[in-house]
Design a protein around this ligand. Structure first.
Ligand SMILES: Nc1nc2c(ncn2[C@@H]2O[C@H](COP(=O)(O)OP(=O)(O)OP(=O)(O)O)[C@@H](O)[C@H]2O)c(=O)[nH]1
Ligand SMILES: [Mg+2]
Length: 316
């Protein structure tokens, strides 16, 4: 590990926000010290609860996140907001250094806002986002909101890793239908019709609600559909209370333990896979074996499934 990295970790341990920013950049960019950083920080993780905010572009996810952060601060929670590939900048301005528009939340030491431009990055958006969340968790944050545009598979994966997922929609007709198509109905624990200062919010709310009727209640939880107007703050407190209610249920039902086990096990296999692929010698061996088995499959001696079974048996 570079001397500079060690110094950063020392400062990180002393709650230095600049060190946190630097470390996040290193992790995001896959700096060579990144695995050691994550390893070093791991023992300090496990406290933060992640709340996913997902929905179509411009639905008001960032605006809601900022307002929710204020509610969380009232409970003295330390808060992180991670925006994955946002199409519009945070109004907080922390990302752009736009000090004129900087609001209360981004001036608050207890709130940390981070934007991730992960399109085209290697290693997968979901994986990188989880690493970023791990660092924020180790920094001592209590709640981390992860904002994603709910369209692609990787975004759905990000939402899947959250402890509670809020799907943010807008009143415009058809949004609910789009959400169903994009698989958002399955992942949402709470649904929000934001921009309810506009016309049609109540109709949209009912549409989503009736679409959800087909969904079975899990652990006694029926996803509620709320209306918010994030800009003026209407309904935000109610939304926040629902989120905490959902998180409490996760803890009291023991689901959180199961979730943790799943996370650790997928973490181990993810690291293992990455290590095997990054080790040149092993990769060369692997591709030789793959080549050998390809020939056997093509000549009708085996199938791809049996070939992998055989390879794994040989490894043991
Ligand atoms: N009328 C109205 N406008 C809102 C409301 N909430 C947010 N907006 C506006 O909608 C626009 C998009 O808001 P954002 O919070 O950036 O939306 P987003 O979902 O984070 O957008 P992306 O991250 O780019 O997908 C901004 O101009 C907000 O001011 C609301 O409740 N009512
Ligand atoms: Mg946004």
């Amino acid at each position: 590990m570079e001397e500079r990295t060690k110094e950063l970790l020392r400062r990180f341990a002393n709650a230095d926000r600049v060190a946190l920013s630097r470390i996040l950049s290193m992790v995001e960019n896959g700096h060579p010290d990144s695995p050691m950083i994550l390893d070093n920080l791991y023992p300090r993780t496990g406290k933060a609860l992640r709340v996913g905010l997902t929905g179509p572009p411009g639905a008001g996810k960032s605006t809601l996140a900022e307002k929710l952060a204020s509610e969380m601060r009232k409970r003295s929670f330390k808060v992180g907001i991670v925006a994955v590939d946002p199409t519009s900048p945070f109004s907080g301005g922390a990302l752009l250094g736009d000090r004129v528009r900087m609001n209360a939340v981004s001036m608050d030491e207890g709130v940390f806002i981070r934007s991730m431009a992960s399109r085209g990055s290697t290693g997968g958006v979901a994986w990188k986002t989880l690493e970023v969340c791990e660092v924020l968790d180790a920094f001592g944050l209590d709640r981390i909101m992860v904002e994603t545009v709910g369209v692609g598979q990787s975004e759905l994966e990000v939402a899947d890793a959250a402890h509670a997922t809020v799907v943010v929609l807008v009143p415009e007709s058809g949004d609910g239908v789009q959400a169903m198509k994009a698989g958002l109905m399955e992942i949402g624990d709470i649904f929000v019709i934001n921009k309810s200062d506009r016309e049609g919010a109540e109709i949209a709310r009912k549409t989503v609600e009736s679409a959800l009727e087909l969904k079975r209640a899990e652990n006694g939880w029926r996803p509620p559909v709320l209306c918010t107007a994030a800009l003026e703050g209407t309904g935000v407190k109610e939304l926040y209370e629902k989120i905490e209610e959902r998180l409490e249920l996760l803890v009291s039902s023991g689901s959180i333990e199961r979730r943790r086990r799943e996370c650790v096990s997928s973490k181990i296999s993810g690291i293992l896979k990455a290590r095997i692929l990054e080790n040149e010698w092993e990769r060369a061996q692997l591709s030789k074996l793959v080549e050998r088995e390809t020939a056997r499959v093509l000549s009708g001696k085996t199938t791809p499934y049996k070939a992998v079974d055989g390879l794994l048996k040989d490894m043991r």
